[in-house]
Design a protein around this ligand. Structure first.
Ligand SMILES: Nc1ncnc2c1ncn2[C@@H]1O[C@H](COP(=O)(O)OP(=O)(O)O)[C@@H](O)[C@H]1O
Ligand SMILES: [Mg+2]
Length: 234
């Protein structure tokens, strides 16, 4: 569904991604693990057309999107939750969700989408009139994911889903991601939190200083010596 092939990306003078290749197949939850500064956000933004690679190619749904502008990629059905969530803090939960349904087709499905998202995250229903900025970090992350889903995407990209969140809330969000996936949603998770992400995904890649150094089924990565040492605290 998404294929990144031999991608080189520079930021300013510095090369940040080196011949990065990875793919996500329809119906999968795939994770890209990496420490701070590894290039995860750069990869996320490159997939979304915010950086244009110097070399390599990116395909989504069989189409070359390497040079496409972000709005076209989003319109093709890719929804994203950026690092730091970036919800509209002054707006209510419901207004934030409505903002996610701006495309005409999504707007027509708004009521149904709202129910779907609120079934997935019941706290958003309970708090639909609350000003979003007054909610907890975990609730804001649920809202950010919910808002992305309001566009009725075929694939969801999340950068640092669990950053700064308590384990209980993180688990709750991962359960929702798995439920979404069982309904057919394809998901790409870009994360520092190795143990949790690997337990909640099918396959994974390890990104170190801009290079993919390991890949495989998540259960294999969980038992890999290098992953254990570098990402799972020994
Ligand atoms: N705006 C920027 N301009 C230049 N270099 C940047 C910029 N943002 C990040 N970088 C560099 O790119 C590398 C990867 O950063 P990033 O993709 O944010 O990593 P991660 O998300 O894995 O923490 C780092 O070395 C970082 O210093
Ligand atoms: Mg990042």
């Amino acid at each position: 569904m998404l294929e990144v092939r031999d991608v080189d990306v520079f930021r300013g003078e510095a090369q940040v991604l080196w011949k990065v290749s990875m793919e996500v197949m329809r119906g999968e939850i795939v994770t890209v693990l990496g420490a701070n500064g590894a290039g995860k956000t750069t990869l996320f933004e490159t997939i979304l057309g915010l950086h244009h690679p110097e070399g390599g190619k990116i395909q989504f749904l069989g189409q070359d999107i390497t040079r496409e502008p972000t709005y076209r990629i989003v319109r093709m059905g890719m929804a994203c939750v950026p690092e730091g969530r970036r919800i509209f803090p002054e707006m209510t939960v419901q207004e934030n969700l409505e903002m996610g349904a701006y495309a005409p087709a999504a707007r027509r499905a708004m009521r149904e989408s709202m129910d779907w998202v609120m079934d997935l995250f019941p706290v958003l229903r309970e708090r639909k009139h609350q000003v979003a900025g007054t909610m907890s970090g975990g609730q804001q992350q649920m809202l950010a994911i919910g808002r992305a889903l309001m566009s009725r995407p075929s694939m969801l990209l999340v950068d640092e889903l669990s950053l700064g969140l308590a384990p209980v809330v993180t688990n709750e969000i991962y359960s929702a991601i798995r439920k979404l996936n069982s309904q057919g949603m394809t998901v790409l998770l870009i994360e520092q939190n190795a143990a949790r992400t690997l337990r909640n995904s099918h396959r994974g890649y390890v990104l170190e200083t801009g290079r993919i150094v390991l890949q495989g089924p998540s259960t294999d990565l969980l038992h890999n010596d290098h992953v254990k040492k570098a990402y799972l605290g020994g």
